[in-house]
Design a protein around this ligand. Structure first.
Ligand code: NI
Ligand code: MN
Length: 224
């Protein structure tokens, strides 16, 4: 399974047959590794409705025919735009031919550019025999501990940029609580307000023995 970091909070997972696109904020993202017109997807997964996550979902889904899985209220908005939307809510799981995606709580806010208010979510994804936890935008909160109930987490994508989410210091504790083998820091460095030191985060997490940290530049791939 390959995890291709696309910049900000966006990532692409591929198991050789299937391409899953998470939070495809590409247009207007100064760190985007790919243009919205060039990205492939069989399925798009959204953590929440903020523009730096919902991004180019609609145009990519319309071009590729990808389904879009999001929390109920966002899925309803997207379905009205001709997208095949999967409307899970928190705690719910959708099973695909290639794996499954469970929506877990996140501690943040969520409104789409179209005005749809909902809860935010994290995504627990099983693909290619691996378990990936994209925690979405969130503050540090103790329910991050719950995701490992479903089995060992291979990779967790964790925001470290602060201001809109937890910062790199709280994210060290998140790495401890999530208990993933590998942590990929996301949601930093895109804009001045979320600049931070990803290498210092890596050193803190690895010296504590909580996880390995893979600091990926936009466009880089982690093979799991
Ligand atoms: Ni957000
Ligand atoms: Mn965000």
């Amino acid at each position: 399974m390959n995890l291709h970091f696309l910049g900000h909070s966006a990532a692409q997972l591929t198991d050789g047959d299937t391409t899953v696109l998470i939070d495809p904020f590409l247009t207007g993202n100064p760190k985007a590794a790919v243009a919205a017109d060039d990205v492939q997807a069989d399925a798009i997964l959204l953590t929440h409705g903020h523009v730096d996550h919902i991004g180019d979902s609609v145009v990519i889904a319309q071009r590729t025919g990808a389904t879009v899985q999001a929390i109920t209220e966002i899925a309803e908005e997207l379905a009205g735009q001709g997208v095949e939307a999967i409307d899970t809510n928190l705690g719910g799981t959708w099973t695909y031919a290639w794996g499954s995606v469970r929506l877990l709580p996140a501690l943040h806010t969520s409104v789409t550019p179209g005005g749809t208010v909902s809860e935010p979510a994290g995504l627990l994804i099983e693909i290619g025999g691996k378990r990936i936890y994209h925690v979405g935008d969130t503050a540090l909160f103790s329910d991050l501990k719950l995701a490992s109930r479903y089995g060992r987490i291979d990779v967790a994508l964790v925001p470290i940029g602060g201001h809109y989410t937890m910062d790199r210091f709280d994210a060290v504790t998140a790495a401890e609580w999530i208990g993933a083998d590998t942590v990929v820091p996301v949601h930093y460095g895109t804009f001045p307000r979320i600049e931070t030191d990803a290498q210092a985060f890596k050193a803190d997490v690895e010296q504590a023995g909580y996880a390995q940290v893979a600091v990926l530049a936009p466009g880089e791939t982690l093979t799991v």
